[in-house]
Design a binder for this molecule. Sequence first.
Ligand code: T4K
Length: 410
Amino acid sequence: MVSKEISTVKDLAIFGADPAFSQYKMVGVPNIGNRGLLFSYINDILDRKWLTNNGKYVKELEEKIRVMLGVKHAIAVANGTVGLEIAIRATGMTSEVIVPSFTFVATAHALSWQGIIPKFSDINRNTYTLDEEGIEKNITEKTRGIIGVHVYGQPCNIDQISQIAREHNLSLIFDAAHAFGNSYKGRPIGNFGDAEIFSFHGTKFFNTFEGGAIVTNDDDIAEKCEYMRNFGLGNGEVSKYPGTNGKMNEVSAAMGLVNLESIDEFVKINKRNHMTYRRELEGIQGINLLEYDEREKCNYQYAVIMIDENSAGLNRDDIMRVLKAEGVQTRRYFFPGVHKMEPYKTMFPDMDKFLPITEMVTARVLALPTGTSVNDEEIEKISQIIRISVAHHKDVKAKLIRDYTNDSST
Ligand code: T4K
C-alpha cells in the first residue's frame, strides 16, 4: 500500500516522515499460480500415497521442461545447488574449475564441497558474466572445467566460452539458476555446454518451493545425473556411481506444473515492471537500470540498478538505507564477491587485485522489488524515492552519516 506523496526531501522517512510503505515491499517474494489446481494435485498425491522417488508429477514436470526447452534430457532435482554438485561430478570436473566470483555463493560452494578449487575469473563490465580473456589467462595444467553463470538471466558469451572449452578439452557447465525460459541467439538456454542447471527456489520467478533441474543434450551425462541424484542407484538396487539424495518430491513437482501454467503471465508482469522502472528511473544521475537484450526471450526476473556514486552523490548502501526506511527491502545481489567469503577469502587473500570489474560491480548493484507482488504505482513510488534522494544527495548523505555516527556510538 502506498501511503504518501514524496515531492521534497523532507518527505523522506529518514527525515522523520512516515514510511512510504506500511508493509515491507521485498525482493524475492514468490509468484504463486493457481492455488485450486495445486490443492487438487496435492490431494491426488496424498490419495495415491506416492510422495517422492521419481513419481508421476516429477516425470510430468521433467517432460514439460524438456519440451519447452527443446532439450533431450531434463532431470528434476531438490534444489539448484545439488543440481550443480551432481552436474559437476557427472561432467568429470576435478582439481580446478574456472568460475566467476560475481555469483551467488552456491556456484563456488558446489565445487569446494567436493574438494575442487574454484579459480575465480573476472567478469565483463557490460554483461556481468565471465570474461573470455580472463578465462584464457586462468587456465593452467590443473584446470578441468569452466562454470559460466548467466547472471540475472543474461546469457554468458556462450559461443566463445564453448570454443575455449573445446580448445582446452575442458568440461563446461552453465549455472542457469536465473535464466529459465531465456534464450541465446534465439535458442533456449538449457541447450549449451555439457549441461545447464536451473534453480526453482521460492525466490525465483518460477518456483517449485525448493527445486531445480539439470538439462543436457548428452545421453551419458544425463544417465550419470539420473543415477547420482538417487544415491547412484538410478531406478535399481545397486549403485553404479557415487551418488547423493538430490531428488525432487511430488509436491514440489506439482507446484512446478501449476506455475508452468502461469509462467507467461509472470514474465509479462516482470517485463511490465521493468518498463515502469525504466520510465521512472530515466535521467536520474548515476542510476542505471540493467537492460536486457530485447531480441532474446527473457524472464525479466531481476530489476537491478547500478549506482555510480561519483554521479549520484550517494553510494549503493546509502540508497539501500533510504529505501529501507521507506519500507522497501532491496537485496545486494551479489555482494560481497564470493572471493571475499570463506573459505575463499583465506585461500586467496589477494584475489581482489585480479578481479577489478567484480570489485566495481559488487559495490554498485542493487536488486529492487519486482514480480507479482509489486504494481506500477508502487514502482513509481520506489523510483520517486530514489529520484528525490539523488536530487538532494548532499542533505541525504549528511543525514545518513549523522544517523550512522549516532548508531555506532550507542
Ligand atoms: N546459482 C545461482 C546463480 C543462484 O542465484 C542460486 C540461488 C543458486 C545457484 C542455487 O540455487 P538453489 O540451491 O537456491 O536452488 C536467495 C535464494 O535462497 C537462492 O535460491 C538464490 N540463488 C539467491 C539469489 O537468493 P537469499 O539468501 O537472498 O534468500 P533470503 O531467504 O534472504 O530471501 C530473499 C528475499 O526473498 C527476502 O527478501 C525474502 C523473500 N522471500 C524469501 C523466501 C524464501 C519471500 O518473500 N518468501 C520466501 O519464501 O538467497
